[in-house]
Design a protein around this ligand. Structure first.
Ligand code: SF4
Length: 243
C-alpha cells in the first residue's frame, strides 16, 4: 500500500469505528435485553442447536430439541445414540441425515477428545464435526463470554446496509472487518441485537427505515433519501417546464 493511500484507509476505519459505537449505543437502548435466540441450558446443547439451525428457523429448532433431550439427556447419551434415532427426531429441521451424523460425531468427539466438555478455543471448536466459524463464535461469546462476532444472515445484511462494511458478503470477511471496528467486549451482544433489529425493523427486502432508530446514521437510509430527493427535484422541474 502506498504511503499516500494509508491515511485515507485509516480515516475510513476511524469513521467506521465511530459509526459502530453509535450503532451499539442506540441498539442497546432499543433492545436492552438481548440473548441468543436458540434455547439451551448446557454448552453441548448449544452445539446441537446451531447445527440444527442450518437452513431452519430457530423456532423449529427449539421445538425439536426438547424431544431430543428427553430421549438423550446428556452429551454422553447422545454420543451413544444410534444415528437413525437422532435423525428420526431432528428430521423436521431438514437435512436430517447429515445433521444427525454431525451431531453424533460431534458428541462422540466431545467424549473421546475433550473429556465430555465443550472446548473454549476457536481452534478446538472448529475441529468438531458440523461446527463452523459462525457456530464457534456463538459458543465462545455466549457460553464463555469471549470476544465473538457471529456472522449470520442478519449480521451480514445489517452491517452492509448501515455502512459498517462495504459490500462484503462472505461471512469470514465480514467477521474480520467487524473485529477491526467493534470493541471486543461488544461484538457478541451487537450480533444478537442485529438479529433483534433484523426481525423487528430492518426486515429483509423491506426495511422499515421510517421507524428505525438508526435512520439518520444508516448509509442505506441516507442513499434512499438522496435518491428520493433527486426524483422529487426532477418531478418539480418537469412540472415547471409544462406550466
Ligand atoms: S435505517 Fe433502514 S436500512 Fe438502515 S438499519 Fe434502519 S431499517 Fe435498516
Amino acid at each position: 500500500m502506498s504511503a499516500a493511500k494509508k491515511p485515507a484507509a485509516d480515516k475510513t476505519v476511524t469513521k467506521k469505528k465511530t459509526l459502530a459505537l453509535e450503532v451499539i449505543a442506540r441498539l442497546k437502548k432499543e433492545y436492552p435485553e438481548t440473548h441468543c435466540t436458540l434455547a439451551y441450558d448446557k454448552a453441548w446443547q448449544l452445539l446441537v442447536s446451531v447445527r440444527l439451525a442450518a437452513q431452519c428457523t430457530d423456532k423449529r429448532v427449539d421445538m425439536v430439541t426438547p424431544l431430543l433431550y428427553e430421549k438423550f439427556p446428556t452429551a454422553a447419551a447422545l454420543a451413544e445414540a444410534p444415528v437413525d434415532e437422532i435423525e428420526e427426531i431432528v428430521r423436521p429441521c431438514g437435512l436430517g441425515p447429515s445433521k444427525a451424523r454431525d451431531i453424533s460425531k460431534c458428541m462422540k468427539m466431545l467424549q473421546e477428545e475433550y473429556g465430555g466438555k465443550v472446548p473454549d478455543t476457536m481452534e478446538e471448536l472448529l475441529k468438531l464435526p458440523g461446527v463452523g466459524r459462525k457456530s464457534a463464535n456463538l459458543v465462545l461469546g455466549d457460553v464463555f463470554g469471549k470476544p465473538a462476532i457471529v456472522t449470520d444472515t442478519h449480521c451480514i445484511r445489517l452491517a452492509n446496509l448501515i455502512g459498517l462494511v462495504d459490500n462484503v458478503k462472505e461471512p469470514g470477511k465480514v467477521e474480520t472487518a467487524l473485529r477491526k471496528i467493534v470493541p471486543p467486549e461488544e461484538g457478541n451482544d451487537l450480533c444478537h441485537r442485529f438479529v433483534d433489529h433484523g426481525r423487528a425493523v430492518c426486515v429483509a427486502r423491506r426495511p422499515e427505515c421510517g421507524r428505525c432508530c438508526l435512520q439518520d446514521i444508516c448509509r442505506h437510509a441516507q442513499e434512499e433519501a438522496k435518491a428520493a430527493g433527486k426524483a422529487q427535484t426532477k418531478t418539480t422541474a418537469k412540472a415547471g417546464e409544462k406550466s
